[in-house]
Design a protein around this ligand. Sequence first.
Ligand code: XMP
Length: 415
Amino acid sequence: MQKELVIVLDFGGQANQLIARKIREQSVYCEMLAYDEDVEKIISRNPKAMILAGADLRSNLLNQQLLGLGLPILEVPKIKELSTERLEHFLFSEVGLKGDWDLIGFIQETVADIRAKVGDKQVLCGLSGGVDSAVAAVLVHQAVKDQLVCVYVDNGLMRKGESEEVIKTFRDKLGMNLVYADAQERFLSKLAGVSDPEQKRKIIGTEFIRVFEEEKNKLGEIDYLVQGTVYSDVIESGTKTSQNIKSHHNVGGLPEDMDFKLIEPLRLLFKDEVRKVGEKLGLPPEIVWRQPFPGPGLGVRVLEEVSREKVEILREADAIVREEMKKAGLERSIWQSFAVLLPVKTVGVKNDARTYAYPVIIRAVMSEDAMMADIAKLPYELLELMAKRIVAEVEGVNRVAYDITSKPPGTIEWE
Ligand code: XMP
């Protein structure tokens, strides 16, 4: 079925994706294209209307040919000034759209498409524990059931309970084929003696690829690879005007020469839509609402040299931060909140005795896209509670501090 399409022409500006999301919230399907997109291409998509995001018709950038198409056009020079009422009026009264798009329809259509594309071939998916790969895997599983094999690499740098959660959800609850590759020792021994952050990232990234390839080779003929690419990645790499600089971090990415055809079931969805699809497909909140977590995991939060002992200390401290954030009802509204372990020791006192142990830093930030971040102004009572619990419950920690640096000049992670 041909769905109603609105084209959002992107004239640059960080807020432009907001327009597209607002349109989709109105059950109208839209796609974003660069302001200087080939006119033939736009016509071939048969759009019902166009929205100029970040420009008006007087803008001399606008191609005259586009104006000649006679499509209804809404000019939105300042995104933040576009009210929902104005948008609704444009879409439903001026253009006369029905609003024929929703996520249930999306799921049905995507499942049918994947089934037709894959036929009786085999499909592989690397699960990272993150929401995108999880939702992509479940969508593909709905389509091809046991033709899908998921591989989860446990690098020993995951947070408390995460690996167990992945096994419980995908294998036990959803009945999916899951290969659990326990590579904890391998990663930790490769990291021994290494303290440079970039070298640590490289080692973790390379080892991930090795383990993944080994597991793949055990599986026999595989034709397709599932990737959890989401729409913001597509727009950032495809729209010349986009102000977003794509994250330079790609640890956990796969080598380009792997001989697979790709399935990217989420490539047209925004992150909030991915989460909604995940909920509809029965994924637990711990996975659907998981905060962003770096590919190298706790490996870049144990500063300098990583050891099993330090990872275990950090894992326990971090679990307390997560638990208290959750209890305070804050974990979903905050971009990232976590603990960092410093590679120094400080003097303290416990049960009348002197201690000499590690300090833990609590980091919590608000952000839209990780490019910039403000510190989260967590209540003092909450910080105090976390600090008290960490020093009381985590052996090896005797001091807690809160990082009050925004990005820039700080980065979100400490390494
Ligand atoms: P920074 O620390 O650069 O982080 O402000 C921005 C965002 O990227 C995440 N991050 C990473 N993600 N591999 C990843 O996949 C990495 O090596 C990496 N380093 C940082 C970080 O958690 C934040 O969300």
